[in-house]
Design a protein. Structure first.
Length: 99
């Protein structure tokens, strides 16, 4: 008879395998759009994980692009916080591929 610890270990392994399967769709990253108050120069793009910098007439900046994982997203958000920018919104965007 298996001990409770061995049983829990098997269940954890099964859940890990299921999670890897579910997350395989994320392998290429996800497309995000981040809005901040104020204008950032386009030269910040490389430092911000290569996100595209778009300046809006209303004084906001939209950063958009693919981030590989949640850690990359948090890295960008931490950098924006370090610049004392006001975060207006963060959203994952489903892009429609055009051919």
């Amino acid at each position: 008879m298996a001990s409770q610890q061995e049983q829990n270990g098997r269940e954890d392994n099964a859940m890990d395998k299921a999670n890897r399967t579910l997350c395989s769709c994320c392998a290429g990253g996800r497309f995000f759009e981040i809005r901040v108050r104020g204008h950032l120069d386009g030269r910040w793009s490389d430092w911000l994980e290569g996100l595209e910098v778009q300046l809006l007439e209303n004084g906001e900046t939209v950063l958009s692009g693919t981030l590989v994982d949640q850690a990359a997203l948090m890295g960008v958000l931490n950098k924006l916080n370090g610049l004392n920018l006001t975060l207006l919104s963060v959203g994952q965007v489903n892009r429609v591929e055009q051919h």
